[in-house]
Structure formats: C-alpha cells, structure tokens
Design a binder for this molecule. Structure first.
Ligand code: ATP
Length: 250
C-alpha cells in the first residue's frame, strides 16, 4: 500500500475562504516594531512563499502565526480566531512549524526526534505517521538509531520537516529551509517541498533564496521592513522587474 502524509481533512471550508488569514498583524521586540500591519492569506492546498531581505520580519511573522511570538491584530485559521490561543493549542488545531536553523535535538536519535513531533497524537497514529515519514525520507529510516547531530545539514533539514509532519498538520510553516545548504541539496529540499504540496499539504515557506522559493510557489509575498510590499502568483513575481533587481540580482 502506498502511504502518503495526507493531512487530516479540512472540514467545511468554502474554496474562497483562506485556510489562514492574517490581518493587520503587528509585533514588537521591546521598542522595536518588527511587523507593521501585515495582511496575508494562505488557501488550502497552496504553497505560499514569503521572501524578503535579512531582517524584513519574515521569521517574526511565522513565529506570530505559530504562537511563540506575541502579536497584535488578527489570525484566523479555519475560520477560527487563534490570535490569543497558546502555541500548543495551535499545533493541535493543525499548525506545525519547522524553525530557522532546524533545531533538532543533537544527542537524541533520529527516531526519538521524530516521536517528539507527535506529542499531540495517539501512539497508534504516531506509529503510522512514522512509517509514512520513513517512506517519504528513506535516509531518516537508514539513520533512525543515530544521534541527530551526526546528520548532514540537508538530512537535519529533512528531519526537522519530518518532525513537524509527525503532528499531521493542515498548515506547515517552513523557516529558511535552504539556509546553509549546498545548491544541490537546496534543490533536493525544494523538490521535497513540492512533493509535500502535491500530497495536499498547505505550506507557507519563508526564504531568502527568493528565486528558488518563488519558482515553486503558487502565491508569493514580498516583505520589506515589516510590511508586505508586493504579492501575486510566484511566476509573476519572478518576472517582475522590481523583484528581479532587488532580490534576484538581475
Ligand atoms: P532573517 O532572514 O535574518 O531571519 P527576517 O526577515 O526573518 O530576517 P526577523 O528575524 O523577523 O527578520 O527580524 C525582524 C526585525 O526584528 C529585525 O529588525 C530584527 O533586528 C528584529 N528582531 C528580531 N529578533 C529580535 C530580538 N530577539 N530582539 C530584538 N529585535 C529582534
């Protein structure tokens, strides 16, 4: 039987209704305002890329959506206002984040790292998802008994993605998956991201590698100094002169 990581079905969501809708989001670090009223929507099944220079506020936005960064404004997920909800409840609702820098637990085995990702699920569900993760990421199966710290950067990125998928999310948030990886490995990671989207997982990916991210994205957003300054289909943004000059070095 071919196993997939198909997410739990999204109930009663009309096509026009976004899965995630962020409205006028603000966020501060002390007196520094990192987000200045961000609006963004992600529809079920979409792969959405958020690109922008260093310090634009991309990580802050993802962390505000997953609930580990305080924020003002609105965040609706499956038509429910989650903006005041604890991060752990957002995971249970179906939002799972792969943090910047992967943050795998180096001394723990690959398999134990994966099991940590399933803290919201029953043992039987976790075992079933673990099997599908090993099918999707065969290298993790080969290395399941090794400490996660012995994996290469690309393998650790796969582990971090698989760990987030262990929660069977409806929305996967990916922060800089290509960071620090060689070009060949970056290509492999982006192919995997496309494969996840093809399996029905909704993805919001933050990337400094704008070309790679926009070339696979259904929808793209460009962020500058805490604001969304442009949005549109990934292919349209890729061919936009302003984007080409500012982010693609052309
Ligand atoms: P990067 O690609 O470098 O992660 P980014 O687009 O994700 O950049 P953020 O990390 O969200 O940007 O940072 C947005 C703004 O908030 C920046 O001005 C940054 O200096 C500031 N900032 C981020 N984290 C903190 C912090 N812990 N304390 C103070 N300011 C912070």
């Amino acid at each position: 039987m071919k196993m997939t990581v198909a997410p739990l079905p999204v109930p009663h969501l009309p096509q026009a209704q976004p899965l995630l809708s962020v409205k006028a989001l603000t966020s501060h670090y002390g007196r520094i305002q990192a987000l200045h009223g961000v609006d963004l929507a992600v529809h079920a099944g979409q792969l959405v890329a958020l690109v922008g220079a260093n310090g634009a506020g991309k990580t802050t936005l993802l962390r505000a959506i997953s609930g580990v960064q305080p924020a003002g404004g609105g965040i609706d997920f499956m038509r429910e206002d989650i903006s005041r909800m604890a991060a752990s409840r957002r995971v249970r609702l179906g939002i799972s984040q792969v943090p910047e820098g992967r943050q795998v637990f180096a001394p723990m085995t690959v398999e134990d790292n994966l099991k940590l990702g399933a803290f919201t699920r029953s043992k039987a569900e976790a075992a079933q998802t673990l099997a599908s993760m090993y099918e999707l990421f065969p290298i993790l199966k080969d290395k399941r008994q090794l400490p996660a710290g012995t994996l290469s950067g690309g393998q650790q990125q796969m582990l971090a993605m698989a760990r987030a998928l262990m929660a069977s999310p409806k929305l996967l948030l990916l922060d800089e998956p290509s960071m620090g990886l060689a070009p060949l490995i970056v290509r492999e990671i982006f192919e995997l991201i496309c494969k996840l989207r093809d399996q029905g997982i909704t993805i919001l990916v933050v990337e400094q590698n704008a070309r790679a991210a926009l070339s696979i994205a259904d929808q793209g957003y460009v962020m500058e100094l805490g604001r969304i300054v442009m949005s549109g289909p990934g292919s349209e943004l890729l061919s936009d002169d302003r984007i080409r000059q500012a982010y693609l070095g052309m």
